[in-house]
Design a protein around this ligand. Structure first.
Ligand code: F6P
Length: 534
């Protein structure tokens, strides 16, 4: 499949589109209407502004929007050619234009896909073979009982997504297999983890699409040395497997082909939990549950691909985000799961959203000067968040739109807990929306602060698939409207290059070939401070 077609409209800034100008006028026309007034004028507002798909419901009634707002936002999405871009992504067109790549994590979830050509090669047999290999391996590990610990060594998308799923689906995990995640190059992370494991019963999975990421490779080499020492032998190969695209480097590391699980360049790092990069949690929950996760994801993919924009949950979520960011002027987005098992979700969402849409040039390389792109994503589980940064969410000068997420059913019920948890979630959105007047200015809550509520029936593998993919496609839609490439991440490169130059200056053996560079006085002084500790 070739490169994505550049619609002639795309050379215009999105702000020059009639649909955008119309939204500006509309925004002006409702500038004096608060969210409580919208509820007062339409007591049945929830009916109009919520959508459900199987076990997931999105309530967006506590947003400062009217039916006209949604219509106009959908007109904007159509003017940005959203449906065409969406179809091109699913069909394998190179929508990752800057890296000239297809974006096909959706193909991993599509069990009905018969064939799909990428660079003249049908990828469906490869996907099937990869899942079969994962299934066989997972089943064997769970049946044999040889390993009681699995340590995933990876970073970014090779850590955050799998780690989030492992935490979310702990109640579905084999109690005899504990999974750990080591990501940071700070040796404390690996050494503290190593202290808790029995080396003889531990399997390390090196997850790295490139197999060159500094942090991962450093941790992988140290882990092998620790294992060799602990087991008193050089050959510790049976304790190491890899998920990577770079088979050559994985083999050089000493992992045999039989223990290398594939990933392809059409799966981006932050979308890779659906591939063998998810092997760690797949071992924990078993392949049947992994398949249920894929099934939930596929249901949301089909909904995103087929539902009209006005009914389409990821599209609506994205358009509300555009409304808040570009018309209401909010800088950030709070992701607040009222579910302890989702405590890692905000971290995963930070990478998914900020690495995708934290861009300030269009996909064609022109600077973006007249509108804002991706928000600052922050988050924490409720109710903890209430006792941390919610003072600011309620009374700060910044408006922080929030997504409140909760499950109707508790996975670990104890008398008196779950209702308290859910009551708090709902109370927060109501307090933000209604506010409070008071004689004492310190006790005034301005109100009319927007939020979405996302309700899932139960946090099981299928519903987690629905939830994750809702956010993946939301971020895609926003990237299309902002006219950016959501699938590259050049912004992480410069720091890596400079870190190598600094390592060279510090005399690190791994960096003999790095180019020395001229250091400013601050950086040079900091390097000297570090050198003195030697
Ligand atoms: O942070 C940059 C990044 O390239 C992410 O996109 C990716 O998920 C992560 O590094 C890890 O990369 P790899 O899987 O190649 O080790």
């Amino acid at each position: 499949m070739g490169n994505a077609q550049c619609n002639s409209k795309k050379v215009l800034s999105v702000t020059e589109l009639d649909a955008w100008k119309d939204l500006l006028k509309h925004h002006q026309s409702i500038s004096n209407t608060s969210i409580p007034e919208l509820f007062y004028n339409d007591p049945g507002r929830f009916e109009t502004f919520h959508k459900s798909l199987e076990g997931l419901t999105l309530d967006y009634s506590k947003q400062r929007i009217t039916t006209q707002t949604i219509e106009k936002l959908c007109t904007l999405a159509r003017a940005c050619d959203l449906e065409n871009w969406r179809d091109q992504m699913f069909e394998g067109v190179h929508v990752n234009t800057t890296e000239n790549r297809a974006v096909l994590h959706t193909a991993l979830r599509n069990k009905d896909l018969k064939s799909l050509e990428v660079e003249d090669k049908d990828i469906v047999p490869e996907i099937k073979a990869a899942y079969k290999k994962m299934e066989n391996f997972t089943t064997k590990i769970r049946a044999e009982g040889k390993f009681s610990r699995v340590v995933n060594i990876g970073i970014g998308g090779s850590d955050l997504g799998p780690h989030m799923v492992a935490e979310a689906l702990k109640p579905f995990s084999d109690p005899n297999i504990k999974v750990h995640y080591v990501s940071n190059v700070d040796s404390s992370h690996l050494l503290e983890t190593f202290k808790t494991i029995n080396p003889a019963k531990t399997l390390f999975i090196i997850t790295s699409k490139t197999f060159t990421t500094q942090e991962t490779m450093c941790n992988a080499h140290t882990a092998r040395k620790l294992m060799q020492k602990a087991l008193g032998k050089d050959d510790v190969g049976e304790h190491f497997v890899a998920a990577t695209q770079n088979i050559e480097e994985a083999e050089k590391f000493g992992i045999t082909e039989e223990h290398i699980f594939p990933i392809w360049d059409w799966v981006g790092g932050r979308y890779s939990l659906w591939s063998a990069i998810g092997l760690s949690f797949c071992i924990a929950i078993g392949f049947d549950n992994f398949q249920k996760l894929l099934d939930g994801a596929y249901t949301m993919d089909k909904h995103f691909r087929n539902a009209p924009l006005e009914e389409n949950i990821p599209v609506l979520l994205a358009l509300i985000g555009i409304w808040n960011r570009n018309f209401e002027g909010s800088e950030s987005l709070g992701i607040i799961p009222y579910d302890q098992y989702l405590y890692f979700l905000p971290s995963h969402m930070q990478q998914l959203d900020m690495e995708s849409n934290g861009k300030s040039v269009t996909r064609y390389g022109t600077p973006i000067t007249d509108y804002k792109t991706g928000p600052i994503v922050l988050g924490q589980t409720g109710t903890d968040a209430q006792h941390a940064f919610f003072q600011s969410v309620h009374q700060g000068t910044e408006i922080i739109p929030c997504d409140f997420i909760f499950s109707l059913k508790s996975q670990k019920p104890a008398a008196g807990h779950h209702y308290k948890l859910l009551a708090n979630a709902i109370a927060q959105s109501k307090a933000l929306m209604e506010g409070q007047s008071h004689d004492n200015p310190h006790k005034v809550f301005s109100g009319s602060r927007p939020s979405n509520t996302i309700v899932i029936e139960e946090l099981d593998p299928y519903n987690l698939g629905l939830l994750m993919v809702m956010y993946e496609h939301k971020i895609f839609v926003q990237g299309i409207i902002w006219n950016i490439n959501s699938f590259d991440q050049h912004g992480v490169e410069l720091g890596k290059v400079i870190a190598n130059q600094i390592l060279h200056d510090l005399g690190d053996n791994d960096c003999k070939n790095a180019e020395p560079s001229k250091m400013d006085s601050s950086t040079a002084a900091l390097i000297e401070m570090i050198k003195k500790t030697r």
